[in-house]
Write a protein that binds this ligand. Structure first.
Ligand code: MEV
Length: 319
């Protein structure tokens, strides 16, 4: 039985509508929180730290290891995690784990687990674990709902917080978007975000094409926000298609993802489809008038697919 202090927090996964990879270079991105989430319970441990009953292994539990270091806990901790988010699938499980772990640890230590503090520490957790990251995934997981990141503050929605690193600045805005008919298809190919971010970095350092692609993704993300405000799903879908082409140029598309994107586009009523997240495997997202049909088609192509229920819920810390 636990008698000492405890921390309990949960945080959602995400789907990136537009802007992945470009956001690492400070370009805008637009994401939604999913209903699926990760729960983390923390309590003080007597000797060494454990995760789900196993000794904490920095190589295997990288995000948790860095979160513990960054929160500067004075004691070892016992952590239990529960999740209905598949990992390494492009829908933000590592960000959700980072956010929920940081919040649970701060609560355990009797410190404030306010969203801006958690978002900053969880971003640092992801950055240090992966070797590079933008605050996109940890911000949407903390805030919930729909979030636009941009290099400058914009007169859009509600200003949340600003994060800075490596000469880039990301201003987070909460947007109030119409409900979007979206379907996710998980290819089942697992890919590590850090590897894909490093791959894109090599292209960006070498090629003007890659740098142009990054800039165009930023521009089309802001165009998509305008399309959303006008409820113009045809334009939004076209911008998603173009975003996919640019991600292909950056080298993070795979034959399997390309097949899923194409299959979704063939369904009458589909406005657009693209890979979502880091790519190299993971998932695609389609915007469509016929989510159930797209879901079936993606499943028939071997994907695990679900109709997206976007969620206003972000980080939740339970007393
Ligand atoms: C991964 O979900 C999103 C990327 O843009 C990486 C990042 O923003 O940290 C690929």
């Amino acid at each position: 039985m636990t008698t000492g202090p405890v921390g309990h927090a949960s945080a959602p996964g995400k789907v990136i509508l537009l802007g992945e990879h470009a956001v690492v270079y400070g370009e805008p991105s637009l994401s939604l929180a999913l209903e699926r989430r990760i729960h983390v319970d923390a309590e003080v441990a007597e000797r060494a730290s454990t995760v789900n009953g196993h000794a904490l292994d920095p190589a295997r539990h990288g995000y948790i290891h860095h979160a513990i270091q960054l929160c500067a806990l004075a004691t070892p901790v016992r952590l239990q995690t529960r999740s209905n988010l598949p990992s390494a699938s492009g829908i933000g499980s590592s960000a959700a784990l980072s956010v929920a772990t940081v919040a649970a640890l701060l609560q355990l230590a009797g410190r404030a687990a306010d969203p801006a503090t958690v978002a900053r520490l969880a971003f640092e957790t992801e950055y240090q674990t992966q070797g590079a990251a933008s605050p996109n995934d940890t911000t949407i997981s903390t805030a919930g709902g729909a979030v636009l990141l941009s290099p400058r503050p914009l007169p859009l929605g509600e200003a949340l917080w600003r994060l800075e690193r490596d000469g880039h600045q990301w201003n987070a805005h909460r947007l109030h978007l119409p409900l979007l008919p979206l379907v996710l298809g998980n290819s089942g190919q697992r890919a590590r975000t850090g590897d894909q971010v490093a791959k894109v970095r090599r292209s960006v350092e070498r090629s003007g094409f890659a740098r142009d692609a990054i800039r165009e993704i930023g521009t089309l993300t802001l165009d998509a926000v305008q399309a959303l405000q006008a409820r113009d799903l045809v334009t939004l879908g076209r911008l998603m298609d173009r975003n996919h082409t640019l991600l292909h140029t950056l080298g993070v598309d795979t034959p399997q993802l390309a097949r899923l994107v194409e299959a979704a586009r063939q369904v009458p009523g589909t406005y657009g489809a693209k890979l979502t997240g880091a790519g190299g495997g993971g998932s695609i997202v389609a915007l469509t008038e016929d989510p159930e049909r797209v879901r079936q088609v993606l499943e028939s192509h071997g994907a695990q697919s679900f109709v997206v229920t976007a969620s206003p819920r972000g980080l939740e810390v339970t007393p």
